[in-house]
Design a protein around this ligand. Structure first.
Ligand SMILES: [Zn+2]
Length: 459
């Protein structure tokens, strides 16, 4: 009898030992220490804070928490811990930088698979700049049916390639001849036929519903539409409305029925007013919005995603764009600073979003300084790029603050960002899902990610 039991006991002991080792490896507490912490919601920084991480979760936060004796302590010294930054408006699969006409030609010459491989470096540069979550608002290749943003999101989620958590919009929905009609500006029939709802181009409520359904079927987390003209499109005026109120109502109704939020590209005031009335969740850009429209946004709780970096970059390289686009960029740039100042003063909800792809991926954090330069308090700019974004994206339960139970998406920057907001541009520690992706210098940027700095104005 005794002999018969021995292997059983041995097996139990071996299993217990193995599970103890496995649990120890998975559950070792990592302690992040730094001189200051921005917790994502408080009005000021908290001195000498620590964040305890186990697996992919934050298990404790504060300046008085007990540190387990077997914890791995990472002392970051004179840095500020923050929730991972978020960008509510990126195009991680695209590159609109450089000379406009050269880029347009390159887009027609480049195989979409090659663009996908380049997007891998864009995603890494974005994560290493401290952006642990992005809402990617549009991935379209002229005449190609691919869903590169869906593929990139899935590859990142499966750990195949490093990058931020992505909420993707697939192709973006817009009207014939509107900002999203990629055949605009080319001669008629060059691409053989007019684009259709499967490419995001839809006219009338029924086609718009079809486009929404098609995108959700193919993996969209959020719906993006262009309801007014835009800067980088050749066949429209920058502020004209491109959807009727009935079309906007269909867009919002269909998206919300499928539990998807709606982000609309919109520069013009009339289109913004109609979109806000229709119930969209965010206005992207919003350059020409008047104070009455901002008041309507405030009343309805609609977010503004200002994308100041996009205009800043275009204006800094204005000679690289055709004359028609230069005029549109100048008009939008002149209007948006006053609009943004008014939005801040009036207390409109603002979520950080940059339009990365219009400028080089990885420079996203320069948006913080632009917002502060136009009147936002640094602490509010930090909130805008963390908890406000999480709220807009509908993921506030999981991320956006450093709190017990939240996902361990944590970054650190040197110095005090409330004294000098450009500290956000010098992230040197990045943790996502409890894994450290960067603790020191970033991966050198590849040629795909051009280090094409924008000189920002001092104020
Ligand atoms: Zn955009």
């Amino acid at each position: 009898m005794r002999i018969a039991y021995r292997p059983y006991y041995l097996a139990v002991i071996v299993i217990l030992l193995f599970s103890a080792v496995a649990a120890g490896a998975a559950d070792q507490t990592v302690v992040l220490k730094a001189a200051r912490m921005f917790d994502g919601k408080s009005k000021s920084l908290i001195p000498n804070s620590v964040v305890l991480v186990q697996g992919d979760k934050i298990v404790d936060v504060g300046s008085t928490v007990t540190i387990p004796s077997d914890a791995k302590v990472i002392d970051l010294g004179d840095m500020t811990l923050s929730p991972g930054f978020m960008d509510a408006h990126t195009h991680l699969t695209l590159d609109f930088t450089g000379n406009f006409n050269e880029r347009r030609l390159k887009e027609l010459q480049t195989n979409v698979s090659e663009m996908t491989l380049m997007a891998i470096s864009y995603a890494r540069a974005t994560l290493e700049a401290g952006f642990t979550t992005v809402r990617d608002l549009g991935s379209r290749f002229v005449g190609s049916p691919e869903f590169v943003d869906v593929a990139l999101r899935n590859a990142i989620n499966h750990g195949i390639t490093p990058g931020p958590h992505m909420l993707v919009a697939t192709k973006g929905i817009g009207a014939t001849g509107g900002h999203f009609d990629a055949t605009g500006g080319y001669r008629d029939k060059l691409f053989g036929r007019e684009p259709d709802p499967s490419e995001g181009i839809a006219d009338g409520p029924d086609e718009i519903r079809k486009a929404v359904r098609f995108e959700v079927k193919n993996g969209a987390n959020v719906i993006k539409a262009a309801v007014s003209g835009g800067v980088l499109s050749l066949a429209d005026e920058v502020d004209t409305p491109q959807f009727t109120p009935a079309e906007m109502a269909a867009l919002v109704d269909e998206s919300h029925r499928l539990r998807k939020k709606v982000a609309v590209h919109c520069h013009g005031d009339q289109a913004a007013r109609e979109a806000i009335e229709a119930g969209v969740d965010s206005i992207e850009h919003g350059s020409f919005m008047k104070t009455e429209t901002l008041q309507l946004m405030k009343t309805k709780g609609t977010y503004l995603v200002p994308t100041l970096m996009a205009t800043e970059y275009i204006l800094s390289k204005i000679d690289s764009y055709p004359p028609a686009l230069q005029a549109k960029a100048r008009a939008a740039g002149a209007a948006r600073s006053e609009m943004f100042r008014n939005a801040v003063k009036m207390g409109v909800k603002i979520a950080l979003g940059t339009d990365a792809g219009v400028f080089p991926h990885g420079d996203n954090a320069k948006e913080f300084a632009l917002m502060v330069g136009l009147g936002m308090q640094p602490i509010d700019a930090l909130r805008s790029g963390t908890s406000n974004d999480a709220d807009l994206l509908g993921i506030g339960q999981a991320v956006g603050t450093l709190e017990k139970g939240k996902r361990a998406d944590i970054v650190a920057m040197p110095g005090d960002p409330t004294a000098d907001i450009t500290a956000t541009e010098h992230i040197s520690f990045v943790m996502k899902d409890g894994k450290i992706f960067r603790n020191g210098p970033a991966t050198p940027r590849t040629t795909a990610v051009r280090d094409d700095d924008v000189d920002l104005p001092a104020d």
